[in-house]
Design a protein around this ligand. Structure first.
Ligand code: ARG
Length: 589
């Protein structure tokens, strides 16, 4: 587990103290989570607890009285100013400047910026991307790719051993079409011509019913092990994977051809697995097919929900393949956990597959296997975003390249007639890529994954708001102040209590101190938008600080140094956070 040590985050420490005070004052035990600690919106108040509201009901006393009892019992020593009660019974908490400065110093001294490593190193299999090789790579595969990559990076940062798995759809009923096209055109795709190859095969399939028939027959031959079909299939798949790598490389996603363990890989395991399920008494004939009906699942009509093990025609299914993948991940990959980053429409599929795997003893009770579900990607028109027909991986590349083009245009426009004396022409392409791709990725990550995301270049490249570019610019500005500071001989000094007197400095300090908690919460919920929100908060707090607190122009040298220290720490926070999300943070823009 990544559970934080109680004192590892400021929120954790305060929650623990509130819980202690509640016990001392009212003899009620609360978990730190029940201490209901929230960052406060009230000026001059850092955190609020509204635990007294719930307690008042339980104790049959007025909430203010309950809150006052807690305030009196709260151990404030060194950490907090004397707590106050406000409104109907809120407990207001204000950190002491010396404590704030001490925590910041600890953060600054830690290369991990206060994020503790997991207590136990586990093996985490992350299943993501997984497009269907014979169909288009759709926007939901992009979302899976981006979310999965961020989750994998985060797990690695926490010290886990991550195994990436690309469960490529390389065996479905459509595979025959690529193979048949290769046979009829006298060989697979030329190197670098996967694009045209997909397009042509698709066009024929959609336009020529006789070809479609031959493709279906080819699928059957391929699946029954015909050596010629198999050999050609191999070469087509190799080309297809190479092409997919182009998308991953442009995205900066750490999936390699070695991570591909497609549906075809599991074929030899399916027969024995089905026998195992039959022997366990879990398989039933149903309409000529063989199914398992996991306990506790009922469809809308109340009927049990089947996991299809074998079709009437003897063929195995997507379900069977995923059962085999569970078995493989447990037995061979030694997974303690497996996260399946797959869209919401497959919720029932995974819930039932995991249930059958548990009933069969394939999946041990303590293994944490779960779907990391996400919503649809909508176009600006509010409808499902579909890449145009044929050869979708290609369309995906086109889409990403358009993002890069737009980023380049935006940067050029922004920089025109405005010189910080730092930009250089070289590297502009790298920067445009970082900005354009970062915008696309951040747009997917910053929306709660359970919700639909809207794909709009205008929105994702907006300079104001919770966007990748906004954070990248903030990070570049922080770096630029540091360089100017260094050039002027101003040291990046300790952030002292004395230098945290301005409200804007305090707000920034709190946003920075919130980072470790945000990272841990993201890991626990597997919801990267939580981390995005924290980074946005840091960037916004920085911009407030920047407007009201002169850094290199500050009068006292210790304040100058401390403020430069805040700039440096802010830059590191954004760099670390964006790095965990897989979004590049260029030094200069
Ligand atoms: N290829 C599937 C699709 O496009 C996603 C595979 C997800 N992973 C899995 N183990 N089923 O819908």
């Amino acid at each position: 587990m990544v559970r934080a040590l109680p004192g590892a985050t400021v929120e954790g420490l305060l929650a623990q103290r509130v819980a202690h005070a509640v016990r001392a004052a009212w003899d009620v035990s609360l978990t730190p989570a029940q201490a209901l600690l929230r960052p406060s919106q009230v000026a001059g108040v850092d955190f609020q607890s509204n635990a007294a509201m719930g307690l008042a009901k339980r104790l049959g006393r007025p909430p203010r009285e309950v809150a006052e009892g807690v305030a009196a019992a709260l151990f404030a020593d060194g950490v907090l100013e004397p707590p106050e009660v406000s409104g109907p019974g809120f407990l207001n908490l204000v950190l002491r400047p010396a404590f704030l400065a001490g925590r910041l110093a600890a953060l600054a001294a830690d290369p991990r910026l206060g994020v503790p490593e997991a207590e136990r190193r586990e093996r985490v299999v992350v299943d993501y991307s997984a497009p269907n090789a014979a169909k288009e790579m759709q926007a939901h595969h992009l979302r899976s790719t981006v979310l999965g990559d961020a989750i994998a990076r985060l797990m690695e940062f926490l010290g886990h051993e991550v195994v990436r798995q690309n469960h490529l759809g390389d065996w479905g009923t459509q595979m025959g079409l690529l193979v048949e096209h290769a046979v009829e055109t006298g060989g697979g795709p030329e190197p670098g011509a996967m694009t045209e190859f997909y397009r042509a095969a698709r066009l024929r399939f959609d336009g020529d019913p006789e070809f479609a028939d031959r493709a279906r027959r080819r699928t059957a031959e391929l699946q029954s092990g015909d050596p010629d079909s198999r050999r050609i299939w191999r070469s087509v798949m190799d080309a297809s994977v190479a092409h997919l790598q182009e998308v991953y490389a442009l995205l900066g996603v750490g999936l390699t051809p070695e991570d591909v363990r497609g549906e075809s890989f599991y074929q030899p395991l399916l027969g024995p697995l089905v026998e195992r399920l039959e022997a366990a008494g879990l398989a039933e004939e149903s309409d000529g097919a063989l199914c398992a009906f996991p306990a506790g699942f009922a469809g809308r009509d109340g009927a049990p929900v089947p996991v299809m093990l074998r079709k009437r025609d003897g063929g195995y299914t997507y379900d069977t393949t995923d059962l085999a993948a569970v078995q493989y991940r447990v037995d061979e990959l030694k997974a303690d956990r497996s996260y399946y980053v797959v869209g919401a429409p497959q919720q029932q599929h995974f819930a039932t597959v995991f249930a059958v795997a548990r009933e069969a003893g394939v999946l041990p009770a303590d293994a944490d296997f779960r779907q990391v579900s996400f919503g649809s990607v909508l176009g600006a028109d509010g409808r499902m975003l579909k890449t145009r027909s044929a050869g979708g991986t290609v369309e995906m590349l086109d889409l990403l390249r358009e993002g890069v083009r737009r980023a380049a245009a935006m940067i050029a426009e922004r920089n025109a007639g405005r010189s910080t004396g730092e930009e250089t022409a070289d590297g502009i392409e790298d920067i445009a890529r970082a900005v354009g791709i970062g915008a696309v990725k951040y747009a997917d990550l910053s929306v709660d994954r359970e919700r639909d995301a809207v794909f709009s270049f205008d929105r994702m490249l907006a300079m104001d708001g919770n966007t990748g570019v906004y954070l990248q610019y903030a990070r570049a500005r922080m770096g630029s102040v540091l360089r100017r500071g260094a050039a002027a001989g101003v040291p990046e000094g300790p952030i002292t209590a004395d230098a945290l007197g301005e409200p804007a400095e305090r707000t920034l300090a709190l946003a920075l101190l919130g980072l470790p908690g945000a990272v841990l919460e993201t890991a626990e919920t597997l919801r990267p938008h939580r981390l995005c929100r924290q980074l946005f908060e840091v960037a916004q707090a920085f911009s407030g600080f920047w407007e009201s607190c002169p850094v290199l122009g500050a009068e006292r040298p210790e304040v100058r140094a401390a403020r430069l220290g805040l700039c440096g720490l802010s830059g590191r926070a954004l760099e670390l956070g964006l790095g965990l999300l897989g979004v590049e943070a260029p030094e200069r823009l």
